[in-house]
Design a protein around this ligand. Structure first.
Ligand code: GDP
Ligand code: FE
Ligand code: FE
Length: 210
């Protein structure tokens, strides 16, 4: 783990204290687990471990802001007013990354972008975007049907894991009769071919063993 974050001009201890002031204890523990999982994925897929650490530890920093605060921030940051018709699930990433930038003076666009898209993904995700998106879904505290398949996919292919997560999220949201943010559908459409490709590879592999 890193003792000091040069870009923040801050020790890890100070960083963790600042985060703990803003989020619930259980949320904080989730952010630590996502950090660890993101670092593991960065090692597996040759990503930047330092960026994975920062993105993981900070990704839900804005999660416990009130709806009023988010609505004010959308105006303050001159974001598309259409965002106001969504809610915390979408705001904590799409608005929250700018709160991280402001509160920590963080200027690392790679990390900020990963936080921005960590809930909904995007069509062309950078390596760190995928690492955070997937780490958030498979961290060891997650327990829901399909999480083990997501973990297995993430052993082999980040793209396939991204597709699987987008697919399952959309299934879940439609079952709950919740609206789908269009960017979530874009992520699904963009990464689905990779999932088919990967599953074909898996079944070829099984056939060749028979
Ligand atoms: P968390 O912040 O660690 O709980 O995880 P996420 O940031 O991935 O997701 C937060 C919530 O957003 C979850 O409950 C998801 O089901 C929800 N979510 C993800 N995509 C969408 C979407 O397109 N629309 C809506 N309404 N909710 C979404
Ligand atoms: Fe989140
Ligand atoms: Fe999270």
């Amino acid at each position: 783990m890193f003792d000091y974050y040069e870009e923040l001009g801050m020790s890890r201890i100070e960083l963790l204290e600042r985060i703990q002031e803003k989020v619930s204890p259980s949320r904080f523990q989730h952010m630590l687990r996502v950090e660890k999982t993101a670092i593991d994925l960065a090692k597996r897929f040759a990503g930047n471990i330092y960026s994975a650490s920062l993105a993981g530890i900070l990704h839900d920093y804005a999660k416990d802001l009130s709806d009023e605060e988010f609505l004010q921030l959308i105006d303050k940051y001159h974001l598309d007013p259409e965002l106001k018709s969504w809610g915390n699930a979408v705001w904590h990433g799409k608005v929250g990354f700018l709160k991280v930038k402001e509160d920590f003076g963080l200027d690392n666009n790679e990390v900020l972008h990963a936080i921005q898209v960590h809930t909904v993904g995007t069509e062309e995700m950078a390596l760190l975007d995928k690492i955070l998106f997937v780490a958030d879904y498979i961290e060891p505290g997650r327990d829901f049907p399909g999480v083990d398949e997501a973990r297995e996919l993430a052993e082999e292919s980040l793209d396939a894991a991204v597709a699987f997560e987008a697919m399952r999220t959309i299934e879940y949201l439609t079952n709950q009769h919740q609206p789908i943010y269009p960017q979530t559908l874009e992520t699904y459409n963009a990464y689905l071919p990779g999932l088919f490709h990967y599953r074909e590879k898996l079944s070829d592999h099984k056939k060749s063993r028979n």
